[in-house]
Design a protein around this ligand. Structure first.
Ligand SMILES: [Zn+2]
Length: 253
């Protein structure tokens, strides 16, 4: 497991909770003890343009504090996807998040859709023909869904469940029912944690999810899997859940 990160992700680029001061500090500290870090590189405009319209890109460019970090977050996620393709599981610890960014609009603390840019790039380059996206964030990734709505080659899952047990059961059902694909990507929001906004999932559940993703990847796509941070606003539990997910992606159950 490689962690894609950059010290600039500690910059406070807006006043929203995803940009909160110190949000990624506990996660960085914790993950550094167990995993190798790779420095994130900014995405190329050509890759952003695979998903977003020129109008939307211009709007983000006008947010001068946000733009360089939005490029870095998308680029770091693409690096994670390329590592995954080479059989090296990876987690992109990045911000701003992306799953509420649609081709021509964004909201919910998102600007460019990191996971969509990464998956679309691998598809466009002919490196994969199909992908499965599992979104474990509290919120539905409307941006990701809108991006791939017309593209049959990408399946998007967003399990719902009002308590820990029901949510896990739904996640299991959806993974079991998913079509085989060339790669599995996880939109890893941790705001569904029991001590975060969603008050649902235990820390250990993220380990379970990670191990299911690994099992799925081994079974269907030669272990090609990556995850990218989305939401998660309790800084301490974000760290615990990210660690559990990353460890789970290295363990089979
Ligand atoms: Zn969320």
């Amino acid at each position: 497991m490689k962690i894609i990160f950059h010290k600039d992700f500690h910059k406070t680029y807006t006043t929203d909770p995803a940009a909160a001061e110190g949000r990624l500090k506990p996660a960085e500290k914790k993950l550094r003890r167990s995993f190798d870090f790779v420095s994130a590189q900014p995405a190329k405009l050509i890759d952003i343009e695979r998903v977003h319209t020129k109008t939307h890109i211009r709007d983000v460019q006008r947010a001068t504090q946000v733009y360089p970090l939005a490029l870095l977050a998308a680029g770091g996620t693409l690096q994670a996807a390329r590592l995954a393709l080479a059989g090296q599981p990876a987690f992109a610890l990045v911000r701003p998040p992306g799953h509420h960014a649609s081709p021509n609009s964004c909201w919910g603390f998102c600007y460019f859709n990191n996971i969509a840019v990464a998956v679309a790039t691998l598809l466009d380059e002919g490196l994969i023909a199909t992908a499965l996206i599992l979104d474990i964030d509290l919120h539905f990734g409307d941006g990701t869904d809108n991006t791939f709505d017309a593209r049959q080659e990408v399946e998007y899952l967003h399990p719902e469940g009002s308590n820990n047990k029901d949510w896990l059961a739904e996640c299991r059902r959806e993974l079991d029912a998913a079509k085989p694909a060339d790669l599995i990507a996880v939109s890893a929001g941790f705001d569904r944690h029991i001590e975060d906004w969603g008050t649902t999932l235990e820390t250990e559940s993220y380990r379970t999810i990670g191990s299911w993703v690994k099992d799925w990847a081994e079974q269907h796509c030669r272990n090609r899997m990556f995850a990218v941070l989305e939401g998660g606003y309790n800084h301490e539990t974000l760290a615990d859940a990210a660690q559990a997910l990353a460890e789970g992606m290295q363990e089979s159950r």
